[in-house]
Ligand binder design. Sequence first.
Ligand code: HEC
Length: 167
Amino acid sequence: MTRFFGHISCVVAAVIVAGCSQQDSPSAAEVDAATESLMATQVQPEAQVYWDAVQFISDADGLHEIVPETDADWERTIEAARELKALGEELQQPAYAANRGADWQDFSQGLVDIATRAEAAALSKDPHKVLDAGGVLYNVCSACHEQYMELKAGAAPIAQRPADLQQ
Ligand code: HEC
């Protein structure tokens, strides 16, 4: 019984905290920090899973194709697209969007839209469609970065580019 009440008071505390943070909108520094962390810990890793799934690499030894082979490989690719879709929705929340221009919502929705297409491509299990969607995904990331990301000296906008764009 004591434990049960312990849970209730936690829930009440959580609601109060959420209520407070909704009233004062986050500062620019908080929004930047939240965005940077979401990008580094979730957006980039999920995009990388998607880009790594299909790679047509040509080098001195000829053309190498990396494509998902098992159901688990495809499932991971589909899941990465779904995560990116959720992240595009998340980016539209005040924690990431407060005090930004209206185009922030467009760029974030752009991520939702391309991730939806990327998911359909992976569900179709057609490596060429996954490769195409991955290329467009890269452009969607870059479009928002051009507008909103201040390049720190020497830093690449995206840690790693998809292989098909590296040459
Ligand atoms: C709606 C806009 C928007 C979209 C879409 C977006 N980003 Fe970002 N991204 C940003 C902003 C703004 C920053 C800079 C955050 C900061 O440091 O203040 C950033 C920073 C980053 C960083 C650097 C993080 C760090 O550690 O400094 C990486 C990596 C990144 N984004 C990857 C991606 C990838 C990959 C995609 C596409 C799948 C993507 N982003 C899509 C806005 C966006």
